[in-house]
Design a binder for this molecule. Sequence first.
Ligand code: CR6
Length: 833
Amino acid sequence: EKAKWSKETLAIWEKYGCEESVDKESFQKSFVRHVNTTLARSSLNVDNFSAYQATAHTVRDRLIERWNATQQAHTLKDPKRVYYFSLEFLLGRSLDNALLNLGLKEQFGEGVKELGFRMEDVLEQEVDAALGNGGLGRLAACYMDSLATLDYPAWGYGLRYTYGIFQQRLKDGFQMELPDYWLNFDNPWELPRLDIAIEVRFGGYVSKYTDENGRTRHRWEGGDGVQAVAYDVPIPGYGTKNCINIRLWSSKPKRQFDLSRFNAGEYEQAVNEQMKAENITAVLYPNDNHMVGKELRLKQQFFWVYASLADIIRRFKKTDRAWDQFPEKVAIQLNDTHPTLAIVELQRILVDQEGLDWDDAWDIVTRTFAFTNHTVLPEAMEKWHVPMVEYLLPRHMQIIFDINLFFLQKVEKQFPNDRDILAKLSIIEEATPQSVRMAHLAIVGSHRVNGVAALHSNLIKTTIFKDFVKFYGPKKFENKTNGITPRRWLHQANPKLSNLITEALGDKKWLKDLSLLKNLEPHAKSKDYRRRWKAVKHSNKVRLAEYIKAKTGIDANPNSLFDVQVKRIHEYKRQFMNILGVIHRYHYLKSLTPEERRDIVPRVVIFGGKAAPGYHIAKLVIKLINSVSATVNADESIEDLLKVVFIPDYNVSLAEIIIPASDISQHISTAGTEASGTSNMKFVLNGGLILGTVDGANIEINEEIGDDNIFLFGHLADRVDDLRHAHRYRNVPMDPDLQSVITSIETGNFGDSRIFAPLINTLTFGKDYYLLSDDFGSYLDAQKLVDEAYKDEDEWCKKSILCTARMGFFSSDRAIREYADQIWDLKPVPAKA
Ligand code: CR6
């Protein structure tokens, strides 16, 4: 296009195409312009929210510039790209992150101040983008930050849910769910691309025909169409001009409405189709580590992978390349099994539409995809009933059967007459009705499979996928230990600690190379440095205490030990064990003489987290925490020695306040159940110690920071099967301390005990599947060690500094480099120096 323009025209484009400045004055100019034009407000009518919007738009303009430059540079260079397919991106707030990553925080902060606002208040106006449940969604967000920061050519693909994860309220201590209508006001962090619309189809039928070469071919025909419309979310890197893209699809009706019905006066039916179409991306399913086989969820998955693949292929086809080069230009990472249908859809495109032979197509498919597994919990394994898949996606179901047939033929060849292994490896589960095992499909259709922490990656090889290891050999399965971005989880969430670190290390290079934190170690010996480190932790605790007071009315004394467990509420995470431990402590405190009490370390035990709306046992755990909280906090005889707090509506921006304020945090899953955990890394990076089981990434954290700086307890993963077996078939007596706590609940010390019967039954009739009784004794012992250690404030502070200093390994930059080098074969492409 440019070539066609006259010199004069080009000159005009160039004259006005210069970059927006980033100094204080240009900020103010843009800010006022956005107030007056974008918001259509007079300068006399600006509240904090408008100030936020104007600031956001000012930053957005600068983000888009980088985003454009990056996309142009990548189009020009046409490097291999990675596409990260994730049904969840838990981004949280964007403004502060963009200001810091772009290096604008100081001058824009000054600018906004002179205009009469405080940046803190402005930042507080933003609602979280909460398009995820927990660890998996936040991991995707951290990985996007690292991909951008390290200049990798990468895209995220996901869904633009109208409603994110529900908001949690408490009523009489019970969880209530409110819809998260996060798009109520305009969202400056997305670029609607209404021109990019892809028609997606469901249903219909398959017809067979013979092509000009005499080959039998298949065609998917008929069915109902909906549109996928693109919304692009720019993700700026830190200390680079690169800014990558997450493309989120929103569903829209194909036609506005059925005109014939409309004209016939059937208005309601006329808009029916519209409503059905918009339903697809209406809401994020609120289950963490739990599969619910709803048709709408399957539709979401297909809608998303169909549109994303069409988009990727359109981009690939812009350059005239042969199909066998596809895997040299495209790597697709499957974030859990949610996008597994992409494997089938790519095979369909290549065979049915592009006319490739099955085997050639399958070779391209398997070289393109890689699969990350995030759990070993049986209830989380995705399985879809064959009749449902057949009805929604008739051609895809045929292709799945064919993939399975060819796969099992190879298995048969390698293990002749072994029917057992065929049944175990089959993509189809032979039950009534049959089901498609998505994990099996994902393994068969990928060239690499990875777990998310060392223990987890070993576990999948020896348990759920062990027969696949027999068939493929061990090399297809590897480990990629999760990581977190230090930009958001230290620099942004804990600015005071970030400054103190920068001061000790001399510059901010550590934010791009987290291994440099090791140079903090010598400072642990400096008394003055420790004093300042402690002061930072204290001020973070004051900030959290103020938040707790404002939200719950509870006084949390910042001089107490802050003991935190914040994460999704799940039986396997054992918040139940934590609150039972709190009751034990309460009884212990009540048994002490005033003399003995003087030696006690005061504690504030803090909980937070959402329970899936249909997970009744998890909801009862929340109720029990709140009942214990009510009793303990109201017991004046306990004074400040123990406070129990449940902070409602835990989310990313709340995590940014809680994590920097923790002295000790709990990561106490039954060994072998928590694939990795990532908040454990965030706490330790912020100088918080952890109390945990020998599970997930706790193990590698221990290896990095040393035995002296972590409190581990409980049975190991290799004991779990035997212990469960014992509960099931022998009469194992309950741990006596646990028994007395349970009796206390049953006596009514924490309100009407009948409410809690189903919860308590999990320990008795439920055979204590998560082994609370087996671990309770060592849990209490570990808690005693924590109390003892905290008495020596100075020693504790040394540990805290060493923790931070030794966390370099857990940067998501390290994790992303491993994926890029070992799975994607991807090279950085800086947009501009
Ligand atoms: N629930 C794991 O349970 C892990 C994250 C990210 C989880 C958790 O231990 O840290 O993934 N698994 O890898 C799933 O969501 C299936 C999670 O967040």
